[in-house]
Design a protein around this ligand. Structure first.
Ligand SMILES: [Zn+2]
Length: 84
């Protein structure tokens, strides 16, 4: 059973409440449009729990790593602009 959503196992549903009504998060304040896509960020419409649609686990560690990475990239860019 492989379709467009092959990266996401919809049979598993929400890891917290088991609901099958789940949607992919397209935009977040912490990651823009790229962050949620990289982390397979998924939201349960029933209990509002957000998780990694690929692993079914919480995305909090991923969000922290992503935020730190973005900060480092921005810092490096800023550093290079300043030294030019
Ligand atoms: Zn849920």
């Amino acid at each position: 059973m492989e379709d467009k959503l092959d990266e996401f196992n919809t049979d598993a549903g929400c890891p917290k409440c088991g609901s099958k009504i789940i949607t992919k998060v397209k935009y977040t304040w912490w990651g823009g449009v790229l962050g949620p896509r990289l982390l397979h960020h998924t939201k349960c419409e029933t209990c509002n729990y957000r998780f990694n649609g690929k692993t079914g686990k919480s995305n909090t560690p991923g969000i922290i790593i992503y935020s730190v990475l973005i900060f480092v990239v921005l810092f490096v860019i800023f550093y290079f602009i300043k030294t030019m």
